[in-house]
Write a protein of this length. Sequence first.
Length: 336
Amino acid sequence: MAHQVAVIGGDGIGPEVVAEALKVVAAAGVELATTDFELGGARYLRDGTVLPDEVLDELRAFDAILLGAVGTPEVPPGVIERGLLLKMRFALDQYVNQRPFTEPAKGIDMVVIRENTEGTYAGEGGFLRHGTPHEVATQGSVNTRMGVERCVRYAFDLAQQRRGHLTLVHKTNVLTYAGDLWQRTFDEVAAEFPDVETAYNHVDAACIYFVQDPGRYDVIVTDNLFGDILTDLGGAVSGGIGLASSGNLNPDRTSPSMFEPVHGSAPDIAGQKKANPLAAILSAALMLDLLDEGAAADRIRTACAAVAAQLDPSGASDGPRPTTTPEIGDAVADLL
Ligand code: NAI
Ligand code: MG
């Protein structure tokens, strides 16, 4: 039976790259029944709405959500991020943000598991005496035992299915309350996974290792803010923004998970067929993992790696290189 997928193309290059992702999924032989939702910066500019509660309720009925990118330069910062992306993550309890990074030439094959519903992004805090010389702004970090534990448990499970190594990244030496909760939870869950070897890095040290020795990592688990920053670095050291994919997962399947490339709507190249669709295609592969279509997902990843090698200007590949967005999508589809 076809999987029911809500598609949010969004703004800028979003619809262009999502079209290629859907083309590739079809070429891999997986049947999707898709429904388009018009959300993002363009909608906000037209009627002032971002993610109405009725639309959120409609989304709950789907097996998964595939998103291109949302946001345009005319929309003030924060409106779409908090009103759409964060609202969806929180309301649909997508508590794991999973971002894989591979770069065979550098020995990189790692997955970052970022806690996706708590920490400094929970929205705790406020202003006092706003706009005055005595203004105070606080932005607290919310860490619940339940929230940390379910995320850590997911990461151990994933590490066990991979190479059996999990690193906790935090800043336990300075963030002594939140860090203590994370470390204790990590140690307690570790006892249930005797086959998984564990390590701990402070987040600043992890930044060095990401650049100088990323081959040491298999799975990393970290909080929301550290994970946001570390995954941009992960993208930068492994093939760039054109390849970085992500899943916002509700592993308990109480509501749909959402899959999106890490990049934004790239207004500078929108409509010019210059966007690299591989990040969106790899995000669709993550979606297929969740839809229990892992074999098709693996075939898509293999095809993407081959096409990424063709695109690499320093690579050994001769023959014609695909250049436009649809040509790259076709090249992946042809390999399937
Ligand atoms: P961006 O990721 O859209 O673009 C940064 C640079 O990377 C640009 O030079 C762009 O041309 C290039 N780029 C991005 N994706 C590419 C691709 N697939 N192929 C080739 N080049 C690519 O980030 P920026 O410029 O900071 O944000 C633009 C808009 O996107 C803003 O409105 C921002 O709020 C929104 N945004 C949305 C995100 C989302 O939907 N999750 C994430 C990040 C930004
Ligand atoms: Mg980010």
